[in-house]
Design a protein around this ligand. Structure first.
Ligand SMILES: *Cc1c(COP(=O)(O)O)cnc(C)c1O
Length: 364
């Protein structure tokens, strides 16, 4: 059976292009190249094409099968694998990506052997952990020794650069001090191997505030950006930048109302645990008009990542297959069969683009 008309996800490619163009131009003017990260869009080839058109130097994803898919779909630019490789996937990493981010010598040795088998030179970026505690070398000396080993011993690898990732596990802010450290590491390696490393990759969307404030350390010449081009929301809502000219309505969810009833806002009976094992608290606001829409956590992750477009609607909660809205104060009356539109935060985009129950509608 084909997907029903709703729920659907409208993906505005012109707006995506404009976001990407604006960001890439700004970054380039500051000496920084951008690799377009498409994992938040379920690795959409349409999105990848807009990123390339806008001037991204390549496309990146965290999963090798997605890069393989994009190659099959005709994307010709360099592919970068973001998640450090599993030992069981080195064959595919060499086959389907030109560049990978790395942090383990055993994996690098395996990549080198495989690149030799495939008669290729595979580019590697060594990751430094500057405090966020996800991937990367926390010991600077070990990173530098590994870089030298790649340069002198691993003939089928090209020591392409260094990189870091911040604002993920540890929620650490990129700043002049930690990114300055990355530049220092790159300079030490460059001195040691007698040539300048091509790439000093200073992070993701969370590194953009430094650039916007004119505080990006000199020497950072590359960023891997997804969110700021896909949704451009976090820099506005979390960081307080105005981001004028960027579009936040690139991905719009349309969902259909399946029930509208006046109900108490406080559940009736003893509160135990909800569908996900949490014990929620409810504010008693008296009798309210509630609307149910036909999609749920399975499609959106968490309802916090939905932003209703119509004024006066609030998102009250969700289960696997339902989202509950309070429509009492909606500026228009809501009926069964109506379509409610939402803008998205990253999590909802991530789930919706991958949901097989949601129809994708590209606007060209
Ligand atoms: C996801 C990811 C990015 C892109 O992150 P955004 O917040 O979407 O810009 C960059 N680098 C790595 C290693 C990633 O995993």
């Amino acid at each position: 059976m084909e997907n029903t008309a709703y729920p659907n996800l409208q993906i505005d490619l012109q707006k995506l292009y404009k976001n990407a163009k604006k960001l890439v131009s700004f970054a380039n003017a500051n000496g920084i190249n951008i690799t377009g990260v498409v994992k938040g869009s379920d690795s959409s080839k349409e999105v990848a094409k807009e990123f390339i058109k806008a001037g991204c130097m390549g496309i990146a994803d965290s999963r090798i099968e997605k890069l393989a898919k994009l190659k099959e779909e005709g994307i010709k630019e360099d592919m970068m694998l973001l998640r450090v490789p599993m030992l069981c996937e080195v064959e595919q990493v060499v086959r389907y990506s030109e560049i990978s981010l790395n942090s383990e010598i055993v994996v690098l040795e395996a990549l080198n052997i495989e690149a030799n088998n495939q008669n290729k030179i595979h580019k590697v970026i060594l990751m430094a952990d500057l405090g966020d505690l996800r991937e990367g070398y926390i010991d600077e000396e070990e990173l530098i020794k590994t870089a030298l080993h790649i340069e002198t011993k691993l003939d089928n690898l090209h020591m392409y650069g260094v990189g870091t990732n911040l604002g993920c596990f540890g929620a650490i802010c990129p700043d002049e001090s930690n990114l300055g450290k990355l530049v220092q590491i790159s300079e030490k390696i460059s001195a040691l191997i007698g040539r300048k490393l091509e790439i000093v990759s200073g992070g993701a969307t969370t590194s953009l505030p430094l650039l916007l404030d004119g505080k990006m350390p000199k020497g950072i010449n590359h960023l891997r950006v997804g969110e700021a081009m896909l949704l451009a929301r976090d820099l506005i809502d979390l960081w307080g930048y105005s981001m004028e000219g960027y579009h936040t309505d690139t991905f719009v969810l349309e969902a259909q109302v399946i029930e509208v009833k006046e109900k108490p806002s406080h559940p009736i009976g003893r509160i135990f645990v909800d569908a996900f094992g949490n014990t929620p608290e409810y504010e008693d606001k008296g009798i309210r008009k509630r609307a149910l829409i036909a999609l749920g956590k399975k499609d959106i992750g968490h309802h916090y990542s939905l932003i209703p477009k119509l004024k006066g609607i609030t998102v009250e909660g969700s289960s696997s297959d339902h989202v509950i809205l309070d429509v009492t104060d909606a500026v228009e009356e809501i009926h069964v069969g109506d379509i409610i539109e939402f803008e998205l935060y990253y999590q909802a985009m991530l789930y919706l683009t991958a949901s097989t129950s949601v129809k994708k509608v590209y606007l060209y």
